[in-house]
Design a protein around this ligand. Structure first.
Ligand SMILES: [Zn+2]
Length: 233
């Protein structure tokens, strides 16, 4: 029997793969998208198209957090998004594209939707491999938030637990892409670029890791790019 599940859907490659996985499992999907002042609002349109592709556009919820999250090069006008970085540079420390408390806020609000809906799981497309310096994408954070759900909700304490599903957490970008392609994920509808340009810039960390993932998966990225960094030519 299908469970109601929330899928946090940004419109990027990872969250779209989560949609494909939940769909393949036969889950009853409720997509949830956040607008938080990100420079790449183009991804909102991508999220809408992906929800439509899976036939759940009418229950796609978009929560507006504009002006509430800041302190990141993804959100702040006076902070530049890094471009043209080498893999060593991308892998070093916590990137300026880290948005303070973002996944904590996203998960808290996803939980606030999930519990009254009777959803049994929240799908989040975090992945800890491939140079992610984001502390709120790591397995220890996910385990800690599962504890929050178990102890801090009626569903949790009364035994109707809500699972935090992170099916990509131990996969490389190439493995994520292979899995998505197997499941028919509509990558042509997705958008990942941090800069928000159309076509995608090709030189920010998100573009570089995405292009590298497709190359390592032996596949062609179906979306257009403005240029390619030396790493992705
Ligand atoms: Zn880019």
């Amino acid at each position: 029997m299908k469970d109601k599940v929330i899928v946090v859907l940004s419109g990027g490659l990872d969250s779209t793969t989560c949609m494909a996985i939940a769909h393949a499992e036969g889950q009853d999907i409720f997509p949830l998208t956040f607008v938080y002042g990100q420079k790449h609002t183009v991804e909102l349109e991508a999220a809408r198209k992906v929800a439509e592709y899976y036939g759940v556009a009418e229950r796609h919820k978009i929560i507006n957090l504009e002006g509430l999250l800041f302190g990141s090069s993804l959100t702040d006008k006076d902070k530049d998004i890094p471009t043209g970085r080498t893999l060593e540079e991308i892998g070093e420390g916590i990137p300026s594209t880290y948005v303070p408390a973002r996944n904590i806020v996203f998960l808290a609000l996803a939980l606030a939707q999930a519990e009254p809906l009777g959803a049994r799981a929240i799908y989040l497309g975090v992945n800890a491999l491939d140079f992610s310096g984001y502390p709120d994408c790591r397995p220890e954070f996910i385990a800690a938030f599962q504890e929050v759900i178990n102890r801090g909700t009626a569903a949790g304490v009364e035994g109707r637990g809500i699972r935090l599903e992170t099916p990509l957490i131990n996969l490389t970008k190439a493995e994520i892409i292979k899995k998505g392609l197997e499941l028919g994920a509509p990558y042509h509808l997705t958008y990942s670029c941090y800069q928000g340009t159309v076509p995608s810039c090709g030189v920010c960390d998100a573009c570089i890791l995405r292009l590298k993932g497709f190359r390592e998966a032996g596949a062609i990225d179906p979306i257009p790019y403005r240029q390619f960094s030396a790493l992705c030519r």
